[in-house]
Ligand binder design. Structure first.
Ligand code: DGL
Length: 267
């Protein structure tokens, strides 16, 4: 049996395109609908209830397009709305936190790990709780890195200022002798090389790669795979004022069939 329905991918903005790129690499035969809430990004500075409301609206919009699986590519939305949507939606829901936690646990040697993310993700403490649920002895050090998102959005990937900000945020974790750090935000994989050039001893967990693996496994186990022909990738954004050149830095070579602006309430 094959299932040609698309996989829905949701993010607060463009950062989730890093997750979409990994999904397309892992599942080239699948079709994807990506919804980026660019009109209301960033979620990382918003309240719990607002993040839940926005996430529910995005889920409703994607479900109305007959998706077979819902991927929450946004760490902040997964932290506040992941469990809620898992309970409420009629299709399987996969967020980015669980796959990242699994990888972190299997990679750390000294059982001292770091979590970096938006203020809201770190405030939720979801990563630390999930990690300790599986290994009560592990030491978790969390750090909000709010300046990383605007730096990446500005395309300042390998600038001196970005390296200084990386030093400022991560030296605290390095002092705690963490050996593995999870990149708990959609934008951070784009500065992975910069982080590693400042802290080469760290092992970095890229949630986008781990999530793609988890989705591929779930598609197989639930018998939801498409029939293997090349699938279509459609991108919908709630605000399209961005230049195409801005978008391209996030698309990492993805070829897309369409890019449109949508209003979430329109259903
Ligand atoms: N997508 C968000 C995340 O992964 C980062 C951008 C935002 O704050 O909305 O946490």
């Amino acid at each position: 049996m094959t299932d040609a329905r698309p996989i829905g991918v949701f993010d607060s903005g463009l950062g989730g395109l890093t997750v979409l790129a990994e999904l397309v690499r892992a599942l080239p035969g699948e079709s994807f609908i990506y919804l980026g809430d660019t009109a209301r990004v960033p979620y990382g500075a918003r309240s719990d209830r607002t993040i839940q409301r926005y996430s529910r609206e995005a889920a409703d919009w994607l479900l109305a397009r007959d998706i077979k699986l819902f991927v929450i590519a946004c760490n902040t939305a997964t932290a506040y709305a992941g469990d809620m949507l898992q309970r409420e939606l009629s299709v399987p829901v996969i967020g980015v936190i669980e796959p990242g936690v699994q990888a972190l646990l299997s990679r750390s040697r000294n059982r001292r790990v770091g979590v970096i993310g938006t203020r809201a993700t770190i405030r939720s403490d979801v990563y630390a709780r999930r990690i300790r649920e599986r290994d009560a002895d592990i030491q978790v050090f969390s750090k909000a890195c709010p300046l990383f998102v605007p730096l990446v959005e500005e395309g300042w990937i390998d600038k001196k200022i970005t390296r200084l900000v990386v030093q400022e945020y991560l030296s605290e974790l390095a002092r705690e002798d963490v050996d593995t750090v999870v990149l708990g935000c959609t934008h951070y994989p784009l500065i992975k090389k910069t982080i590693l050039s400042e802290f080469p001893e760290l092992s970095l967990v890229d949630s986008s790669e781990e999530t793609a693996r988890a989705v591929a496994a779930r598609i197989q186990s639930e018998g939801l795979a498409a029939d293997g022909e090349a699938g279509a990738v459609r991108i919908y954004l709630t605000d399209l004022t961005r230049q195409m050149s801005d978008l391209e830095s996030f698309l990492s070579g993805l070829s897309i069939e369409s890019l449109e602006e949508v209003e979430l309430h329109a259903g």
